[in-house]
Design a protein around this ligand. Structure first.
Ligand SMILES: *Cc1c(COP(=O)(O)O)cnc(C)c1O
Length: 394
């Protein structure tokens, strides 16, 4: 056994989160794509079967009350809240991330007021956020300017209405400085909207602590909610009375069953709701979140950093110098929960890796992306992935 393989065994033996792996359905594949689709928690299929067979099949319409369907968006929001550093009553679950980006950006611009005519968007953003921000700008009569997160402080001014940023860059895995950027955005009088898709469930976010105004995120990556699981929207408590949704569906009405022809928004985070929630995927997500019951985000973060540190060390040991270039920052303060390696033949290399049971993904044109999910990934697998990668790169 190599020195690194022995070290991996030791790290696995000392890992307090190692038993959490048993809560997931896994096989021999080294699954490094949990930042795209989290693995299945083992108890979810039975829970979904119960929702379908008993709640829907037997209770039918009664389940809106008796099975808690109607209140699921805010109940599950409160379950996500501690994972992103939010007190209860500020998060609702529902719709896709893309739709929630739209709600958040338009609502932020409306709160910022008429005199503020520009929206800033992360130039390196996951594309959907940029497309939606562009449409939100057109609809609200604002201009949109794309700047990198590093350029944000200099771009801010009295005209800035809102800034939409990704907490972790989906391509490079770079973690942006949410506290400092939020403070700079507030100093200019604008609102900060953060997309947490690649940070929630992998590292502490601290939404309340850092004064974030609005946030959105998906639940099928590090939160393991399942394919197409609904996203969430955070509206800071102090902003809720002024949150003016561009999609004021009946589920966000203060008295939805009065069927009133005129709209009156519900108090609180409920304002972020739109229409009838997608109960099947929402309740699968609720069950999936139980894997967090006795796991702290701080512990998950510590292990995530240990895993990515170890992977980078193994890659350096097993790969010819210069064959790949890491585009993921070395400094922990700047690193999310993935490692992205650049090489010209990345697409071909990833295909070979997948055929050998190491599943990461390829991001056009030249990035090999490996997501490290601290809840179900171990050090021995990490060493194996780096060793096979090294073999495929020779
Ligand atoms: C994954 C991801 C999305 C996905 O949006 P959907 O509406 O769920 O397809 C959006 N934004 C970011 C930053 C992402 O990483």
């Amino acid at each position: 056994m190599s020195e690194l393989a022995l070290l991996a065994e030791k790290l696995d033996a000392e890992d307090a989160l190692a038993p959490v792996k048993g809560r997931f359905v896994l096989d021999d594949v080294v699954y490094l794509d949990g930042n795209s689709l989290g693995a299945l928690p083992a108890h979810v299929p039975d829970r979904v079967a119960d929702v379908v067979r008993r709640q829907w099949g037997e209770l039918r319409i009664r389940s809106w009350e008796e099975s808690g369907w109607w209140t699921a968006p805010e109940r599950i929001g409160d379950r996500i809240a501690p994972l992103v550093g939010a007190a209860p009553g500020q998060i609702v679950v529902g719709d896709s991330t893309s739709v929630n980006v739209f709600k958040a950006v338009v609502a932020a611009v409306r709160m910022a007021g008429e005199g503020r005519t520009e929206i800033l968007v992360d130039a390196t953003t996951f594309p959907t956020d940029g497309y939606i921000a562009e449409s939100a700008a057109r609809l609200t009569g604002r201009t949109l300017r794309a700047v990198t997160p590093a350029e944000v402080p200099a771009a801010l001014g009295g005209r800035t209405a809102a800034v939409l940023l990704n907490h972790v860059d989906y391509r490079t895995g770079r973690l942006h400085d949410l506290p400092a950027l939020t403070a700079a955005i507030h100093a200019s009088g604008a609102l900060a909207v953060w997309d947490l898709c690649h940070s929630a469930g992998a590292l502490p976010v601290g939404l309340d602590e850092h004064g974030v105004d609005l946030a959105i995120g998906c639940t099928y990556k590090f939160l393991n909610g399942g394919p197409g699981a609904p996203a969430y929207l955070y509206v800071r408590a102090e902003h809720q009375p002024r949150f003016d949704s561009p999609l004021p569906g009946w589920n966000s009405h203060s008295a939805p069953f009065d069927m009133s022809p005129s709209y009156a928004p519900a108090p609180g985070a409920l304002r972020g709701r739109v229409g009838t929630p997608d109960i099947l995927s929402m309740l699968a997500l609720e069950a999936a979140l139980e894997v967090w019951d006795d796991v702290s985000v701080t512990a998950a973060r510590a292990k995530s950093l240990a895993l990515t540190d170890f992977f980078l060390r193994c890659v350096r040991a097993y790969t010819e110098p210069g064959r790949v270039e890491s585009v993921t920052p070395e400094r922990h303060e700047e690193r999310g929960s993935q490692v992205a390696l650049r090489c010209a033949d990345a697409g071909e290399v990833m295909k070979r890796l997948i055929s050998r049971g190491v599943v990461g993904d390829f991001r056009y044109p030249d990035v090999l992306r490996f997501g490290f999910t601290p809840l179900y990934l171990g050090f021995a697998e990490t060493e194996r992935a780096a060793r096979i990668l090294g073999e495929e790169l020779t």
